[in-house]
Design a protein around this ligand. Structure first.
Ligand code: NAP
Length: 499
């Protein structure tokens, strides 16, 4: 017996699927344990202890098999889990299901003969994606080492932290893969009784993909982030021309305005990027509607670019919410009569004697700023607040935990109707801010539009595209197509009113 140790925390003498009366040699009654409820965990590390604690809390009897169960520190840590610390072989002797909570590099040192005929759950992860003609996943490698065992890949998508904190850190799904249906069934039962949701990914070869899951780095965010960043850079360059280069060209004063690059320009650019991005959340749906009406069916694939665009709307919406929130914070911090005098009541001009030198005064015209908003200023702020509030509602309602509480009708009402109100409120916020300049002033010697003007281009296009779709005949026709009607089909859809 190499590392079969029964030190201070040695294995309790239990009866597996008990004998007739559960009585042992000393005449005392010992607890009878259902063998289905016994699990061995190889490895007393972070993951081994976390999963053991979770199993114990779910009603399992757990034996942690360690290479050296007599280490004081490990004993203390394992005691907190409710599991029993023992040697590797002793743990394997009593359990049919074994969780292999050791890194792949150490698989070769496991007691192979004792792993035969067991269900082995491979929980391991990799630190980087590996591929190649001879690549085998960790689970396939383990299966190759113990061909008589039934290896099931699983649990690797849950961290030790998630296991210890109820799996609330993220998804509750546990992906499983294995070549033995009965073993997968058994592991699924364990997963379910631990409060997670098993998802079968197929044969053991699928463990390659499962092992890649924790290594994925925001795959659904790369493209939306690139789009938003692209819009930001484009607007930033436009703003540089509008607010710095053109105005300095016009005034001939090249020392002015550069300092505003850091905050004023940035704030303008994120505001315009946000409203463009919000419009880009609605434009693909509008284009899709026109395509469906043009083709007279919803049963044909959209072009790939549109499909991709439709799929990134949620991410675009959340990025837009971040930008809009940042814009609101910066604006509130610097909104003063001096900075945006045109949304405040007119300043009072006074003539004052100003001391300009020793015994020298000069009469100067001085503006005393009025801190009361004019009517446009009030509308500008109110529209900004309404828009921000609705955008927060949109963002929050797109979180999976919140979406799960909404009916489909509630979700579409928020995402579609409230979203359009948010877009119109954001556009009104921009219009009320820059009303004076909206049609009168063109920057850069009348060659470039100014920020509040080009901020409105995408929302304007979206609204223009939306209006015809609101007309009852068009709306009815579109709804009919979305219920399955095909223009050139011999089949009519029945039971639909108003189409
Ligand atoms: P760890 O804290 O380093 O523990 C690994 C354990 O493996 C050691 O404590 C050791 O326990 C045991 N072991 C057995 N043979 C070994 C050998 N030859 N050399 C060194 N150690 C050996 O690692 P962990 O974080 O628990 O991870 C264990 C496995 O779970 C890994 O495959 C990892 O990819 C996977 N995983 C971890 C997490 C996580 O959040 N930590 C999440 C998902 C998956 P004894 O000394 O008692 O034998």
């Amino acid at each position: 017996m190499d590392n079969m140790s029964f030190g201070a925390d040695s294995m309790d003498p239990i009866r597996v699927n008990g004998n007739a009366n559960g009585v042992v040699g000393d005449g005392k009654r010992k607890p009878t344990v259902n063998s289905d409820k016994i699990v061995a965990v190889l490895g007393s590390g972070d993951y081994g202890r976390a999963i053991s604690r979770r199993l114990v809390n779910s009603g399992y009897t757990v034996y942690i098999g360690s290479r050296d169960p007599n280490r004081g520190k490990i004993k203390t840590l394992v005691r907190q889990t409710g599991a029993t610390l023992t040697g590797q072989e002793a743990a394997l002797a009593v359990a049919k299901v074994v969780i292999v909570a050791v890194g792949r590099d150490h698989y070769d040192f496991l007691p192979m003969t004792h792993l035969r005929d067991k269900i082995l759950i491979d929980v391991s992860n990799n630190t980087e994606r590996r591929r190649g003609p001879h690549y085998r996943s960790n689970a396939e490698y383990l299966q190759g080492l113990v061909t008589e065992a039934k290896v099931v890949k699983g649990f690797n998508v849950l961290s030790a932290y998630a296991l210890e904190n109820g799996g609330l850190q993220g998804s509750k799904e546990v992906f499983l893969a294995g070549d033995h249906a009965d073993a997968k069934m058994k592991v699924s039962d364990i997963v379910r009784s631990m409060g997670f949701h098993p998802v079968d990914w197929g044969s053991l070869q699928a463990s390659r993909d499962i092992e890649d899951v924790p290594l994925k780095f925001m795959p659904s965010w790369k493209r939306p982030v690139a789009v938003v960043f692209g819009i930001f850079v484009f607007i930033w360059i436009l703003a540089l021309f509008s607010f710095q280069i053109c105005r300095n060209l016009a005034s001939g004063n090249w020392h002015e305005r550069w300092k505003h690059l850091a905050m004023q320009n940035f704030n303008r650019v994120i505001a315009i990027t946000a409203i463009w991005t919000l419009s880009f959340c609605y434009l693909p749906g509008l284009i899709a509607a026109y395509i469906q009406m043009w083709r007279g069916t919803k049963y044909s694939r959209f072009p790939k670019w549109l499909d991709d665009w439709l799929k990134m709307r949620k991410q675009l919406g959340l990025l837009m919410l971040g930008l809009a929130s940042m814009h609101a914070c910066i604006s509130v911090a610097y909104l003063t009569p001096q900075m945006t005098s045109w949304v405040y009541e007119a300043p009072t001009k006074i003539q004052a004697e100003v001391i300009v030198g020793v015994n020298t005064t000069s009469t100067k015209s001085i503006s005393i700023y009025n801190s009361e908003f004019n009517w446009r200023g009030e509308l500008f702020l109110t529209m900004g607040a309404i828009s921000t509030c609705l955008l927060v509602v949109l963002g929050v309602s797109s979180l999976p935990s919140v979406t799960a509480t909404l009916s489909w009708r509630e979700f579409t009402f928020i995402q579609s109707k409230l979203g359009w109100v948010a877009l119109i409120a954001a556009a009104s916020h921009d219009i009320f801010l820059a009303w004076h300049y909206m049609f009168l002033y063109w920057g850069c010697f009348r060659t470039l539009p100014i920020g509040p003007q080009y901020a409105l281009y995408p929302p304007f296009i979206a609204v223009i595209m939306k209006i015809p779709l609101l007309l009852p005949p068009v709306d009815n026709y579109l709804q009919k197509i979305r219920r399955g009607y095909e223009r050139n089909s011999q089949y009519e859809i029945r039971g639909s009113e108003g189409v």
